[in-house]
Design a protein around this ligand. Structure first.
Ligand code: MG
Length: 422
């Protein structure tokens, strides 16, 4: 007889016995207690006992969430960018989590999300804080089931996840540019991204309006030419405009950048006007990418329906977490749109993103933003360096498969914050 069948018949026997013997042995109550405590995954049902937060300052502030259970298992997650109000938000979510089974990730996520529909749960800080919680729940689920998170997301379609380096340099005006580019080459990256928006460009005539002058556009194109020349021909180049410019500038830059055959041009206009993004896309051969400031599937629906982007880049530590990220990727896949997540977080969040990138068919490339913080990057998890020659091999260890090195992380604790209190 199978184990499940044995358990069922034992339960029904205990229940039947309970009907007649309750008065003598209390077996009915015992049967209910066994049912309440047992789980289908070979261990007593887990129960969340505490939810704690800490904030690390690296690329801005990163919100680290720790979820504790009654069996000593601890899950960790990371949120980013829109996490200024993270710790109090996560504290407010605790009432939906404590006492619950952490393996019901979708149910807990939906409960918190729908509880906040009048409190900003459609986007922003609420969803970014929820993303960190969701990732910690997946870490716990993997540890409880002794499986890597990618396995819980449908399994792997690739072992290695390609990563691009945000270069932190872009111009011969930077005296250290060649040194930094040599370091990027040495690390073996196959793709690099540069920023070309410059608030302080001396050719800007107005500090509020973002219509670029001819001179500003020449400077942007000069940066692309410099990097294109400095990098190996087979290394892809992506360019970010950070959604700062107006439509006329966005179109001009996208069209004039065509000779550089960019991997993508990111947010030539702000992401919130989908029609404007589509107008840029339709005007040019340069692939247009957007999405680091969009939230949940709902944020990406119109972009995909209106064919406003060639590539989407949700931030999984911000847009709703790992399963929401997988769902966004799947939506994009039905439009044949590749998925290139934004990512600026520590190896904890980066490995979390890598589990999703390994599991979705339409993955293109994952961001990495730590070239200027290598010592912290290499020590902030106990496993050390997770990047090798511009790729992350997704780990087979249970859960996310990386654990915080408390001492290194605490060295970068954001001033004025508490450390996993609560
Ligand atoms: Mg960006």
């Amino acid at each position: 007889m199978k184990k499940g069948a044995a358990m069922t018949s034992r339960r029904s026997f205990l229940k039947r016995s309970g009907t007649t013997l309750t008065g003598v042995f209390g077996l009915g109550a015992l049967a209910e207690a066994i049912e309440g405590r047992s789980s289908p995954y070979g261990r007593p049902r887990l129960k969340i006992t505490a939810v704690r937060t800490a904030v690390v300052r690296a690329h801005g502030d990163q919100l680290h969430v720790r979820i504790e259970t009654d069996q000593g298992l601890v899950g960790q997650g990371e949120g980013t960018d829109a996490v200024v109000g993270g710790p109090p938000l996560v504290a407010s979510f605790a009432r939906f989590l404590v006492g619950q089974d952490p393996l019901n990730v979708e149910a807990l996520f939906e409960r918190i999300r729908t509880a906040g529909i009048f409190a900003g749960a459609q986007a922003g800080q609420y969803v970014a804080a929820l993303s960190a919680v969701e990732i910690a729940l997946w870490d716990l689920a993997g540890k409880a089931l002794n499986l890597p998170v990618y396995q819980l997301l449908g399994g792997k379609v690739r072992d290695r996840v390609r990563v691009y380096c945000d270069s932190q340099t872009n111009s011969p005006a930077d005296p250290k540019a060649l040194e930094k580019i040599a370091q990027i080459k040495e690390l073996g990256f196959t793709a690099v991204k540069i920023d070309v928006d410059d608030r302080n460009d001396p050719a800007r005539w107005d500090m509020v309006n973002w219509t670029a002058s001819n001179a500003e556009i020449d400077t942007m194109l000069g940066k692309m030419a410099f990097m294109r020349e400095a990098l190996d021909k087979r290394t892809d180049l992506a360019v970010d405009m950070h959604g700062r410019y107006d439509l006329t500038t966005g179109k001009r830059v996208a069209i004039e950048a065509e000779p550089f055959k960019l991997l993508f041009l990111e947010e030539p206009v702000p992401a919130e006007n989908v029609d404007a993004m589509r107008e840029v896309r339709e005007s040019t051969k340069t692939p247009i990418c957007c999405g680091e400031n969009l939230f949940l599937r709902h944020g990406f629906r119109e972009v995909l329906e209106k064919r406003a982007a060639d590539i989407i880049m949700p931030d999984l530590q911000k847009c709703g977490g790992l399963l929401e990220g997988r769902k966004i990727a799947d939506m994009a896949h039905t439009y044949y749109v590749p998925f290139a997540p934004h990512c600026v977080v520590s190896p904890i969040g980066t490995m979390a993103s890598a589990h999703v990138c390994a599991a979705v068919p339409n993955f293109l490339v994952l961001e990495w933003h730590w070239i200027g913080r290598l010592p912290l990057w290499r020590t902030i998890v106990k496993e050390g360096e997770i990047l090798e020659r511009g790729f992350i091999t997704v780990t087979d260890r249970p859960g996310l498969g990386v654990e915080m090195n408390e001492e290194a992380a605490r060295g970068a604790q954001a001033p004025g914050t508490t450390w996993f209190a609560g």
